[in-house]
Design a protein around this ligand. Structure first.
Ligand SMILES: Nc1ncnc2c1ncn2[C@@H]1O[C@H](COP(=O)(O)OP(=O)(O)OP(=O)(O)O)[C@@H](O)[C@H]1O
Ligand SMILES: [Mg+2]
Length: 370
């Protein structure tokens, strides 16, 4: 039996004892998988994949960190990424670490299956210190002021390690479950185990992406799922709790599947718009620069919406005067906006930046049973 203020040491391992793949869930699975497949194809179509790999994980980092009330703006993050990250605010540094943890995690799952050690490594990168699986009591989810608990995760390091091992076995089991359903179940379970003293939410959200990459449903970490979670934050918390309190698995799985579908579709739209803008700017660069459009320069302007003279020098193999001349000409033609930040001059690709950060309207919801 579960009680809000007692450590849930009898948390059962996965899979749940009921069949979560109802007809309705399977219909959602089909739609979410189609959306994910079109995202993967769109990403493969793009000539320079760094365009997405630099920016989408940074947006994911911003949204995911904001759930923990670590509030940064996209421009603060893109700027911190360009300038000396050491001088950034702690909140920006924290979000940059989220991206680092995500990208490290991707490298890791390309080499070996996700394990408890991968989880510890991710959480340690996020927190910038060696994290261990909790061995102290007192972690709870609830009101920090009144100390009223909503959920109290299991306690005891040995028990937590056993639950995590079982979690990893389940994540790699050849169960007949669809990989997206498996991801949703695994996310609940990881949060319910809550193995660390902090960073469980963010680690769990990184793991969502890693599980999809492991299963070959996504080739790069460009699913921006945390935006959906932050937009539906109270629902996200309510449904996590409802699994524990009422075994509402189907509603939880349904929520996550809808998130994958919506996020994948809106990212495809973003990618299409980025490609259109890329073509438009190619023509503009051709007209604005004496020697015509330099392909490397165009790439640089789309890898980061904020660009420095030194980046152009390095990437295009040109001297400082040439790089400066190019960027100034583009600023004069109002293609880029110059911005003085401390001692540094950076040039902003404003249209690319707005495209990356615009808040999309959510795609039409699929009618749900609930
Ligand atoms: N009732 C619940 N049962 C299990 N897990 C929960 C419940 N409510 C919230 N959680 C999870 O706990 C996370 C918060 O835990 P923690 O503070 O360790 O993570 P974080 O990464 O620091 O924070 P955040 O997720 O808010 O960014 C939430 O994001 C959510 O995933
Ligand atoms: Mg926290």
């Amino acid at each position: 039996m579960w009680t809000a203020d007692k450590p849930f040491n009898s948390l059962p391992d996965l899979p749940p004892p009921i069949d979560v793949e109802s007809k309705h869930v399977l219909k959602q699975v089909t739609e979410a998988r189609a959306a994910l497949a079109s995202l993967d194809q769109a990403a493969r179509r793009i000539p320079n994949p760094s365009v997405l790999l630099n920016s989408i994980p940074l947006l994911e980092a911003q949204a995911s960190s904001e759930i923990e009330n670590i509030v940064t703006t996209a421009d603060e993050l893109f700027t911190a990424d360009q300038l000396d990250a050491e001088s950034a605010r702690p909140e920006a540094k924290e979000a940059l670490r989220y991206r680092a943890a995500l990208l490290d995690g991707v490298r890791s799952v390309r080499q070996r299956p996700l394990s408890t050690n991968t989880l510890i490594a991710i959480c340690s990168t996020l927190q910038a210190r060696e994290m261990r699986v909790r061995d102290l009591a007192g972690t709870f989810i609830g009101n920090p002021v009144t100390r009223e608990a909503i959920y109290t995760p299991p306690e005891g390091q040995r028990l937590l390690l056993e639950r995590l091992d079982a979690w990893a076995r389940f994540a790699h089991s050849n169960a007949t479950l669809d990989p997206l359903v498996l991801m949703a179940l695994a996310h609940y379970q990881f949060e319910a185990i809550h193995p660390f003293s902090d960073g469980n939410g963010r680690t769990g959200r990184i793991v969502n992406i890693l599980l999809l990459i492991e299963r070959g449903l996504l080739s790069e970490p460009i699913l921006y799922l945390s935006r959906y979670i932050i937009q539906n934050k109270s629902e996200y918390y309510r449904l996590l709790l409802a699994v524990t309190a009422e075994a509402s698995w189907e509603e939880w799985v349904s929520f996550m599947l809808e998130g994958i579908r919506q996020t994948a579709l809106s990212t495809v739209e973003k990618i299409d718009d980025i490609q259109l803008l890329h073509r438009e700017m190619q023509a503009e660069l051709r007209a604005a620069l004496p020697g015509g459009a330099n392909a490397d320069l165009l790439d640089v302007l789309f890898e980061q919406p904020f660009c420095r003279i030194t980046t152009v020098m390095e990437r295009c193999g040109v001297s400082r005067p040439t790089a400066t001349k190019w960027l100034k000409l583009l600023a004069e033609a109002e293609i880029l906006v110059p911005l003085k930040l401390g001692k540094s001059l950076i040039f902003v690709n404003g249209r690319f930046f707005s495209l990356l950060t615009r808040s999309e309207r959510a795609p039409e919801p699929t009618p749900t049973l609930f």
